[in-house]
Structure formats: structure tokens, C-alpha cells
Design a protein around this ligand. Structure first.
Ligand SMILES: Cc1cc2nc3c(=O)[nH]c(=O)nc-3n(C[C@H](O)[C@H](O)[C@H](O)COP(=O)(O)O)c2cc1C
Length: 314
């Protein structure tokens, strides 16, 4: 039996002068807990590795027409479409609260143009309470911007380098699974200066109501999340880890500690929990506890000892 608790700390921005150290590898994914403030009343947010807030744009946005959520076999289809309070309200109302938290908060940013991404980023410069930026170039539910940047290596690189030039915060780039080869995009954003990458965002999908003879979602198309996408996400993480030399954050269908450990063994330095927290709000806390229990039972001193343990050893 081990005497000491295993070391769960992870460094998500080793190349960045400030770094981004998490107390444990479990983060709440963007879009799941809003700005974390209400969520803090139902789950022990300070026990998490990090909180990623809702995708935020330059101006407030109302999002897509209802209905915006529909359940599918083993999954959830959403077409929220960037409903958010806008960057100014985030800075005025949310950041001061975050500044009093121990848990790092990462701001997920979105935009229709590269200029919008840069403008949002510039506004965050020097604001207390923010530990990093997650660049969402992978949202499938908006008509312009979002995923458009995440499926083209050149555009992905351009938005990454322009955002990097506009900030001193670590930048995580969130990739889309709706591509032919995830490695190409991962390499492009690494080359453009990304400090880390997170993957995956949701997979494009739809559902039809056969009685109404029309799509169930007000926006027709939505993003699929939840257990149904886990094997796809895991494989993409496994592939991305092979080619990049920056930390990879795994996301997609993680619902228990065992799922999270699979991503870590595929090479993810940390994981994000999304849909599972919509059904069981504190599942991210229990996932973190479960990872610690696993390490303790196996006599592993440091989480980093198992990162990539299932990668080919050639
Ligand atoms: C309701 C909902 C809203 C989301 N909003 C965002 C968002 O604003 N920005 C973003 O990058 N990802 C967003 N996502 C994607 C999640 O962060 C995550 O990448 C995806 O759901 C896969 O993880 P999961 O299967 O654990 O949910 C959202 C997902 C859901 C279900």
C-alpha cells in the first residue's frame, strides 16, 4: 500500500512562460456548467482540475431556435448555438467571482471571423480570474465561423497564431472531429503556437420526427455528444498524441473514472467531462476521485506515469 496520495497534478502548457498547472486532470467541458457560478452550488467545483466556461463571443448572442436538445441512442444532440452573455458581461460579472476561486477557469471563446476571435482575446488580457483561453474552432451548430476554422488546416493555423499574438494567456485549441484526418489539424495548430489541444467537440448529426415529417432540432443539425461518441473521441486522441508534442486534453463521452483512464492511457494529459455532468452534476468530482483510487490501488505515484501507457511502444 502507498503511504502518500498519488500526485495528480498536470501541466497543460509546458511551453508557456506562465504554464497552466491543474491540481488534477479532470475539467468540466465548455457549455455544460455555464460560467460555473450556479454549478458551484451543486458540485464541489474547487475539487476539479479546471472549469471551462460557455463559449463566449464579442457581443451577447441568443442562440438557435428551439428545440435545441434531443436525446439519441447513447447520446445527446444539441444545437444551442453560442447563446452567451458576451465578453464584456463575462469580464464585469463573472471574472471577479472566478478571481476568488482556487480552481483555474479557462474561457472558451468563439467567433464568426478571425478579427472577432482576436477582439475577444484582447479584452481578456490582464483580467484577474482567468487562467487560459480555449479557442473553439469546432462548433457545428452555427452558420458562420466556429467549425469552419477547425476543418481547414490553414485557417485553423491562422486563427491560432493571431489569437496567440493577442494574449499572454496559455491557449488551448479545441478541435472538431468532423474532419478526414485529425492529425493534420492538430499539427497545424501546434505549428501556429497552440499551448495544448482539446478534442473532441461534438459530431454533426440530426434526428427526424417522422410524425411531423421534419427535423427535431429547430436548427436541423446539431452536435452529438455522450457515450455514443466515446470510441471515436478516444481514437482521435490516440492519433493526435502520436504527432504533436504539446499536451492533449481528451473529451467525448467520458462518464466514469475508467473512461477517463482510457483517454489518459491513450495519451491525454487531462480530460473534460461534458454530457455526463448534465445527468449527474457532480460526476466530474467522482471521476477525479476514481482516478486517484485507481492510482492508489495500482501503486502508481504520479498520474503522468500512465499518460500514453497504451500508445504503441515502437
Ligand atoms: C449542451 C452543450 C453545450 C455545449 N457548448 C459548447 C461550447 O459553448 N463550446 C464548446 O467548445 N463546446 C461546447 N460543447 C461541447 C462539449 O464541451 C464537449 O466537447 C462535447 O459535448 C463532447 O463531450 P461529452 O461527450 O462529454 O459531452 C457543448 C456540449 C453540449 C452537450
Amino acid at each position: 500500500m502507498m503511504k502518500n496520495s498519488p500526485d495528480l497534478r498536470v501541466q497543460l502548457a509546458p511551453r508557456h512562460p506562465r504554464g497552466l498547472i491543474l491540481a488534477n486532470p479532470v475539467m468540466i467541458a465548455s457549455g455544460i456548467a455555464g460560467y460555473g457560478v450556479e454549478y458551484a452550488e451543486i458540485a464541489d467545483i474547487q475539487a476539479l482540475g479546471a472549469v471551462v466556461c460557455k463559449g463566449t463571443t464579442l457581443k451577447p448572442r441568443e442562440g438557435n431556435p428551439q428545440p435545441r436538445l434531443v436525446e439519441t441512442a447513447g447520446g445527446l444532440l444539441n444545437s444551442i448555438g453560442w447563446e452567451n452573455i458576451g465578453i464584456d458581461a463575462l469580464i464585469e460579472e463573472k471574472a471577479p467571482i472566478w478571481a476568488s476561486w482556487q480552481v483555474p477557469v479557462i474561457v472558451n471563446i468563439a467567433g464568426e471571423t478571425i478579427d472577432e476571435y482576436v477582439a475577444v482575446t484582447s479584452k481578456l488580457e490582464g483580467v484577474p480570474g482567468i487562467s487560459g483561453i480555449e479557442l473553439n474552432i469546432s462548433c457545428p451548430n452555427v452558420s458562420s465561423g466556429g467549425m469552419e476554422f477547425g476543418v481547414d488546416p490553414q485557417l485553423a493555423a491562422q486563427v491560432t497564431s493571431e489569437v496567440k499574438a493577442a494574449t499572454t494567456l496559455p491557449v488551448i485549441v479545441k478541435l472538431s472531429p468532423n474532419v478526414a484526418d485529425i492529425r493534420e489539424i492538430a499539427l497545424a495548430v501546434e505549428g501556429a503556437g497552440a499551448d495544448a489541444i482539446s478534442l473532441i467537440n461534438t459530431l454533426k448529426g440530426m434526428v427526424i420526427d417522422i410524425n411531423k415529417r421534419k427535423p427535431c432540432l429547430g436548427n436541423t443539425v446539431g452536435g452529438l455528444s455522450g457515450p455514443a461518441i466515446k470510441p471515436v473521441a478516444l481514437h482521435m486522441v490516440f492519433e493526435a498524441v502520436k504527432v504533436v508534442h504539446i499536451p492533449v486534453i481528451g473529451c467525448g463521452g467520458i462518464a466514469c473514472a475508467e473512461d477517463a483512464l482510457e483517454f489518459i492511457m491513450a495519451g491525454a494529459s487531462a480530460v473534460q467531462i461534458g454530457t455526463a455532468c448534465l445527468t449527474i452534476p457532480d460526476s466530474c468530482v467522482s471521476i477525479s476521485e476514481g482516478i486517484e483510487r485507481f492510482l492508489r490501488e495500482k501503486g502508481i505515484n504520479n498520474i503522468t506515469d500512465i499518460v500514453g501507457a497504451a500508445q504503441d511502444k515502437s
